[in-house]
Design a protein around this ligand. Structure first.
Ligand SMILES: Cc1cc2nc3c(=O)[nH]c(=O)nc-3n(C[C@H](O)[C@H](O)[C@H](O)COP(=O)(O)OP(=O)(O)OC[C@H]3O[C@@H](n4cnc5c(N)ncnc54)[C@H](O)[C@@H]3O)c2cc1C
Length: 397
């Protein structure tokens, strides 16, 4: 080994949510910890998360809020380091936060509070963070140590923790490094796909809906496997908003999704009643009472909505109701990793210990956070997975 090799107990690649949590915990055990990252700043995704306010966890976390080829894998880590443990840390730092819909917890002020808290915890236990560091190669020596060659020199460590995240937002320094290292050590990688991502539209839908940019509607969005009730948002590029982001993680190319734009209304019954009571009233006058005005002509056409209710047959009224409550739309695709909040797929859980996140293929090697085939719903679940998996690895690495 050359003189220049830097010795450490634990080397962590990735100085963001999962990597910093792991570093803190390993540091608390007296381990010498170095964290490497090619970014110029630690925790860039934490800073940009939750619109700058970091939705750092959720009041109600369970395995059902996660997608994985192994749906049971996340249970152990999530129960060993829970949302309450992270909330206790947030409280210890007196970070002000609030609860939004669906139990989502956000900082009152800024995501910086969460990052600064993690960095302060790292400092307490003397974790060293080295930024702007390119990772060139990783090798396992016969003595079981890992040697990592980087632009800042060689590092030798008993434990190597991969916390380099997924492929989402390359501009924020995302890279496939974690998958490559996993493959190098014989791990199977489930194919990756952008998740929590807006849909793009087929040309004819885009043309029809483009003028709706900015319109938001409380809806139920579903496919044959799952449904979400939250807002959808029409944008100049396609469809977004929380309900769309949620279903995007369950979407397969070529599939249609169904949107109920009026989840609390029996539209067929409404139209029938109004037809009896006010036969001369135009369809648009009734729909304007329950839907955003701009939406109605785009979905049904000017001619239809200008027609008095008495001119519609019962069958036609039912068709109109179905169009609004089971609107089938086939996305053209997604906006991809450029805007996706997460990456689906990744390192196969079956080849990791669910208790420690250690590789079953190579002792001393750990995978934590988003690089693993565990993807949370929108709502703070992805950070909770990063904290929980990072904590677990930090107990043993
Ligand atoms: C816009 C946006 C908003 C989000 N908001 C939320 C939210 O509010 N709540 C929530 O729960 N989740 C949110 N997420 C998801 C969440 O940010 C991630 O799931 C989480 O950050 C994953 O943590 P991680 O430590 O596994 O990976 P990351 O946070 O992605 O960190 C990986 C680190 O590894 C480094 N790295 C990558 N490749 C290399 C390389 N080749 N060499 C060296 N270093 C490398 C990166 O620079 C980075 O610092 C959001 C994501 C995005 C993109």
């Amino acid at each position: 080994m050359s003189e220049k090799t830097i010795q450490t107990d634990v080397l962590i690649i990735g100085a963001s949510a999962s990597g910093l949590m792991c570093a803190i915990e390993a540091g608390k055990r007296g381990r010498k910890v170095i964290v490497l990252d090619h970014a110029n700043k630690a925790g860039k995704k934490i800073l940009m998360s939750g619109g700058g306010r970091c939705n750092f966890t959720n009041m109600d976390v369970s395995a059902e809020n996660y997608l994985s080829h192994n749906p049971h894998f996340c249970k152990s880590a999530l129960s060993r380091y829970t949302q309450w443990d992270f909330i206790a840390l947030i409280n210890a730092y007196q970070i002000a936060y609030h609860e939004r819909d669906h139990g989502q917890l956000f900082c009152d002020d800024s995501a910086k509070d969460v990052l600064n808290m993690l960095l302060a915890e790292c400092e307490k236990v003397k974790v060293k963070i080295r930024l702007k560091c390119e990772i060139n190669a990783v090798e396992k020596k016969e003595d079981g140590h890992y040697v990592t060659e980087t632009s800042l020199g060689k590092f030798s460590s008993a434990s190597l923790v991969i916390a380099s995240g997924g492929l989402s937002i390359p501009k924020m320094c995302a890279s496939p490094l974690g998958y490559k290292i996993a493959e190098q050590f014989g791990h199977h990688i489930w194919p990756t796909q952008a998740g929590l991502v807006p849909f793009t539209l087929q040309p004819h839908d885009k043309e029809m809906l483009t003028e709706l940019s900015g319109v938001s509607v409380d809806s139920i969005v579903s496919n044959d496997r799952i449904q979400f009730r939250e807002n959808i948002l029409f944008t100049h590029r396609g469809l977004s908003g929380p309900a769309i982001l949620q279903i995007s993680s369950y979407w397969k190319a070529g599939e249609a999704i169904s949107i109920n734009l009026l989840p609390d209304t029996d539209v067929a019954a409404l139209l029938k009643t109004r037809q009896t009571r006010q036969p001369n009233i135009k369809l648009k006058t009734v729909l304007n009472e329950v839907l955003p005005k701009r939406l109605i002509p785009a979905l049904l056409g000017e001619h239809t909505i200008d027609t008095p209710l008495q001119e519609f047959s019962q069958i036609r009224l039912k068709e109109i109701a179905a169009h609004l409550q089971q609107w089938q739309i086939k996305p053209n695709g997604t906006e991809g990793y450029r805007t996706a909040e997460v990456t689906l797929g990744g390192v196969d859980c079956d080849e990791l210990s669910s208790k420690t996140m250690e590789s079953k293929k190579s002792a001393g090697l750990y995978f934590i956070g988003e690089v693993v085939d565990i993807t949370g719903w929108l709502g703070g679940y992805n950070f909770q997975w990063a904290w929980s998996s990072g904590w677990c690895a930090g107990q043993v690495a």
